[in-house]
Design a protein around this ligand. Structure first.
Ligand code: FAD
Length: 299
């Protein structure tokens, strides 16, 4: 059996062409207390081949500012924000995604100003999930903004004999995003956990031993991911090959600030000959580890 890490790597490597296009907002609807579903359409989606939990970025306008001539509504600049595909319909070239309304930040501003028919730049696709069909066990660990991706992963894992989800949602109503058939431990945390000793980390620590051969898909706040990742690798002795871990946001840091830091790290990695689409390389950059071969003491 191939580990989840190798499977995601193979998936990303077989798929190098960027999908960039201008999309139009065709529908906006609130689907639960904290989630809003947005539908986009674009002729460019003809080139999209979907896989579960695919991620993409949108170029969103920063605050509109007054122009020198006094006209309002000219975006000063744009910033990228990452989301997860919820569904895709090839016939109508429409794609849906779910946004956590966490009340502050650029995305919240965009949600407040979004109108049907508005255009937005779309940049994709990043593969976030792939699994060997012979996998016998999968544990999915996610916080609120990773819930759309976790739901997609769980929805694609119905054939796996043992699937368990450890999830954090801002309100019990938001749990409706998760497929019903899945065995789940979930907790309600109005503000997503961050950093040391989070509720999500506590939930993972409380679990009985995981069955041998289990694969892990983990996405949450950066500090939370680092803590859980370390626990799984060092205390539970999960092989690195069985873990896909990714930080979806970082406490008190905007995505722009993260992107600026990442750009420098990815540029340096690329210049040193590393494959920046390789999850192993991404993992090393994300968790501030050396690009040299793995040292078990530093993982
Ligand atoms: C691969 C990937 C897929 C993703 N998929 C989705 C998705 O489908 N739906 C979705 O809603 N999000 C998703 N995210 C997370 C989303 O991209 C980030 O939360 C993003 O930072 C939100 O931008 P913002 O403009 O709201 O906040 P920013 O401007 O980036 O940050 C402003 C402030 O808000 C805080 N903040 C940022 N995100 C959160 C959060 N989730 N909870 C609490 N505080 C936060 C920051 O720490 C900062 O203090 C995904 C991220 C990645 C990497």
């Amino acid at each position: 059996m191939q580990g989840i890490r190798e499977m995601v790597r193979a998936c990303a490597q077989g798929d190098r062409e960027r999908l960039t296009c201008t999309a139009t907002v065709t529908k906006v609807s609130r689907i639960s207390r904290h989630f809003i579903r947005i539908q986009l359409t674009s002729p460019g989606f003809d080139r999209y081949t979907p896989a579960p939990a695919d991620a993409f970025r949108l170029l969103l306008p920063q605050h509109a500012r007054a122009s020198p001539t006094g006209e309002e509504g000219i975006p000063a600049r744009v910033s990228m924000r990452a989301f997860t595909v919820h569904s895709f319909d090839r016939r109508s070239r429409t794609l849906e995604f779910d946004v956590l309304d966490h009340a502050h930040g650029l995305v919240a501003n965009w949600l407040g100003s979004i109108v049907i028919g508005s255009a937005v730049e779309f940049i994709g696709i990043r593969r976030e999930f792939a699994l060997d069909p012979s996998t016998t066990g999968l544990v999915v660990i996610a916080d609120a903004c990773a819930l759309p991706a976790a739901s997609a992963v769980l929805g694609a894992s119905a054939e796996i004999p043992y699937v368990h989800a450890l999830l954090e949602v801002p309100h019990s109503e938001d749990f409706r995003l998760v497929p019903e058939s899945v065995s789940t431990h979930w907790l309600v945390c109005e503000n997503s956990s961050a950093g040391l000793g989070s509720s999500l980390e506590q939930l993972v620590l409380e679990q009985p031993p995981f069955p041998p051969g289990t694969q892990f898909w983990l996405a949450a706040e950066s500090g939370v991911v680092q803590r859980i990742r370390r626990y799984l690798l060092n205390d539970c002795e999960i092989p690195l090959s069985s873990l896909h871990a990714y930080a979806y946001w970082k406490y008190s840091v905007t995505a722009d600030e993260r992107d600026a830091r990442d750009l420098a790290a990815y540029t340096a990695a690329s210049e040193s000959g590393a494959d920046v689409l390789d999850p192993e390389v991404v993992d090393r950059i994300e968790f501030g580890r050396s690009l040299l071969p793995e040292d078990t003491n530093t993982r």
